[in-house]
Design a protein around this ligand. Structure first.
Ligand code: NAD
Ligand code: DAU
Length: 339
């Protein structure tokens, strides 16, 4: 089995590489990644030791590069993680989100069609469903929930999903789509809520909480997401969407306070800053379909996963400090200077 993993130098893609190397040591894995600000080749150091692993620096929106690679590798399966994914950045500069997330998906699917891959899997997000109100804890996103996006990021991901379903119907491309809730765990880029709060708290810096901190996210430990994708690409039905989430809802303020307690820091580091424009209130996934059809269940509860994650960031300071010392500092100034 020869699998293309796009965006494999990023957070979830890299965790997926390690998951697959352990679960299916006989598979060949090829990572394509453009190494944008979010890609970190160092994250793949462990994976690169295997002779069944290849890294290719390329842009998924480059048709010639994708065609040549597909012709050479004759992939069985493509799993597309590559994307621009940070909502705040999509509000600053939507263009690159449309290019990578929509045109990149089209380019990959054209190559997948031409070179007859057995499965094209699109890694999507629960954000395509928009948000749920805080006062209706009985409501969850199912696969039937209408697409209703809030940010340029989620609109670009929804565009890619619709395109994937169109390629299934029109061209019979064997497509599956997964829509997962917020992930957390090792190698999470320190601009996202949990790693940002851990790294800043460790440096005794202010923790910027948007609005009142009451927005709710449905947190899933990244390995549980990887296990779900493995099941979908091997056993999922083509043309289908699968929601992935583990009923681990927490408000942002709860998450930040949990991080502070675990690090022995004081709540006084918390600073409430101007809210994100169009900020989604609550995400909550109903994973009944993937559980019933594929037997997937999450294995890590939030209270355990967050402790494991904090321990990882304590043990791997060099990984995130090298990121903080780069371009990220300028970005932080730009995003937070006027809040
Ligand atoms: P990430 O930003 O950590 O990684 C994205 C990777 O894609 C980076 O390595 C980057 O260099 C690469 N990339 C970006 N543009 C590229 C291009 N044009 N060509 C090739 N490579 C390119 O993101 P992540 O958190 O690992 O997310 C992976 C996927 O999972 C995304 O599709 C995202 O929408 C989806 N997702 C993420 C979450 C989450 O909580 N992080 C939740 C649900 C779904
Ligand atoms: O739900 C899945 C999505 O989760 C993915 O599709 C996205 O790609 C991924 O980035 C993530 O989106 P969020 O916007 O939920 O993640 P983020 O870490 O940016 O923010 C989580 C919550 O924390 C959100 O309500 C905004 C808030 N927040 C975030 C940052 C960076 C703060 O309060 N302060 C901050 O500094």
């Amino acid at each position: 089995m020869n699998i293309l993993i796009t965006g494999g130098a990023g957070f979830i893609g890299a965790n997926f590489v390690y998951y697959m190397q352990k679960k299916h040591p006989d598979y060949r894995l090829v990572v394509v990644d453009a190494l944008t600000y979010a890609g970190n080749l160092k994250t793949l150091d462990g994976a690169r030791k295997s002779s069944d692993f290849r890294f290719v620096k390329a842009d998924i929106a480059d048709p010639a590069a994708m065609d040549a690679l597909f012709a050479q590798e004759k992939f069985d399966i493509v799993v597309n993680f590559a994307a621009e994914i940070h909502v705040d950045r999509s509000i600053e500069d939507p263009g690159v989100f449309l290019r990578t997330n929509i045109l990149g998906t089209q380019t990959l699917m054209d190559a997948a069609r031409k070179h007859k891959v057995r499965r094209y899997h699109q890694v999507s997000t629960d954000e395509v469903y928009g948000d749920l109100p805080l006062d209706r804890p009985d409501l969850f996103f199912t696969e039937e929930t209408p697409i209703h996006t809030s940010s340029p990021y989620s609109a670009s991901k929804a565009g890619a999903d619709l395109l994937a379903l169109a390629y299934y119907r029109t061209f019979k491309l064997p497509v599956t789509i997964s829509r997962c809730s917020n992930n957390y765990g090792p190698y999470h880029f320190p601009e996202k809520l949990i790693p940002l709060m851990i790294s800043r708290a460790l440096n005794n810096e202010k923790l910027p909480v948007y609005g009142k901190g009451e927005n709710v996210r449905d947190w899933l430990y990244v390995e549980d997401h990887c296990a779900a994708i493995d099941l979908i690409i091997l056993n999922g039905r083509v043309g289908e969407v699968y929601n992935i989430g583990g009923h681990n809802e927490r408000s942002n303020l709860d998450v930040v306070k949990t991080v502070l307690r675990a690090l022995g820091k004081n709540d006084s580091l918390i600073t409430f800053v101007t809210d994100r424009p169009g900020h989604d209130m609550r995400y909550a996934i109903d994973p009944a379909k993937i559980t019933a059809e594929l037997g997937w269940k999450p294995t890590t509860k939030f209270d355990d996963g967050i402790q494991k994650t904090i321990a990882w960031y304590l043990d791997n300071r060099a990984w995130w400090e090298s990121i903080l010392s780069g371009e990220y500092q300028n970005y932080y100034e730009k995003m937070y200077a006027n809040r």
